[in-house]
Design a protein around this ligand. Sequence first.
Ligand code: B12
Ligand code: SF4
Length: 457
Amino acid sequence: MKTTLVYPYKKKMFTGCNPPVSLLYLAAALQRAGQDVSVIDIDEDDRSYAEVLEHIKSESPDLVGVPLYTLALDEGYNFVQFMAKESHPWKLLLGGPHVSVSTDAVMKEFESCDFILRGEAENSIVELTEFLEKGKDLSHVKGLTFRKNGSVINNPEINKQIELNELAFPARDLLKSAYEKNTYWRLGHRGTTDFIITSRGCPYNCNFCFRLARKFRKRSPENIVAELKELKSRGIENVHIMDDLFVWNKPHFFEVVNLIKKEKLNMKFKVRARVNFIDEEMLRAMKEIGVKSVVYGIESGSQIILDAMNKKTTVEMNYRAIRITKQAGLECYGDLFLGYPGETLETIKETERLLLKAKPTAINLSVMYPIPGTHVYDEAKKQGTLRDDWDIHGRKAWIKLPWIESTDELNAIRKRVVKKYLRNPIVFFNGIRATFCKLDWRQFKVLMFYVLKQKEF
Ligand code: B12
Ligand code: SF4
């Protein structure tokens, strides 16, 4: 039984490109179970759908797996439709965040889909392939949705949470050629950049956030450092620790840090952190082990909005986190968005004030997208403020605020805020220092191409 997992989304941006770690986790589980598996990433050599399809055919798989994301549903659909144009011998399996919530809609819209695996799928994908191989009754595969005699069957959820320390590390070998071609990189880091996930689930309940699994589980320090050592042995020197909760438990955080020191890993890190857990001692320790930048979910500069989001942070914590991070000599990145219910021109001004006063090194300011499965989406639906909805043709859901008629208006405001922030001389200077001075030639070319493409700055 051969499975091919495909990542058909272009992840390549002017800021970098990440490997499809979720698929590499699934592949590792299949490999460990003795199954034949391959992984295809569209970003390797900037392939077209036709080239990806040719590659899939050359693998002669029995099962092809594709992830779906709500915000990229149209892209996922286009790819699946492209595959379905020709008859093929394999079964199509869909998985990932979007299918886990909108299962029935996906089964309806994606007519060529044979199976869906809901939730974390390392165990269930192994079960599915083994059941298919042996021709066993699929109604016993937990978390599986499938078609039988014209109807859709949803098997019960997987009750057992996956124990993270027991998982095989992502099967990066399966994308060896992509790694060798330096497909994966981040702006501000020379050479290959990879990412790791040190925990899953989250004990918080931010109203806008989509979580596949709620129960918080973290990997042991030994397990985390073993994966880092493996990355190092592959020649990867830059690692992004992607989960917010890496800093959640201070003793655990220091155990990881001390182990990294002991192993003399000498790598460069970018770390995500929550503003309410960070302090000077942790930042000093981060600097010592090679952390270069910290990313915070700042979200907003308004307390009213932070409270409405149930973020459990304060504006003061946001200011403080940015200040002490920069004081520690680290770059500070902030993720924020505009348009949460309750947002007004005044709350946006507060966000703008925070950006211009605290001056994080770089920001990612977006507009609010309500994702199915989140509290804010459900509430907006109940209150009649949800406009449009996600569909396979690229339509996006948004939440009506009393003072805006479309997300375009919000986007225009967002652009104005970003421009003001970027035109601040200190921000501009820091931005140049954090990016241009650290580029290798290839990254420089990508960035210049992007800058020249912009009509205005
Ligand atoms: C790193 C990351 C990225 C990176 C890299 C993604 C990559 N190459 O894998 C980048 C920056 C490219 C990215 C992009 C996007 N991301 Co993102 N990303 C993440 C992040 C932080 C970690 C993902 C990860 O690797 N998790 C660890 C793995 C093991 O978990 P997992 O991805 O959920 O995978 C498990 C299951 O979902 C399932 N599964 C996943 N894929 C498949 C496929 C098959 C066939 C099967 C059977 C099962 C299956 O099994 C996996 C193993 O248990 C998550 C948040 C999080 N903590 O998970 C957001 C997250 C996945 N991203 C999200 C979103 C919205 C996006 C974007 C749509 C954003 C945008 N505006 O474009 C894009 C879409 C994807 C794309 N175009 O590539 C949302 C998804 C919500 C949703 N309902 O769709 C999340 C959950 C963040 C959030 N809370 O809002 N992302
Ligand atoms: S935004 Fe971060 S802290 Fe909030 S629920 Fe999501 S992962 Fe947890």
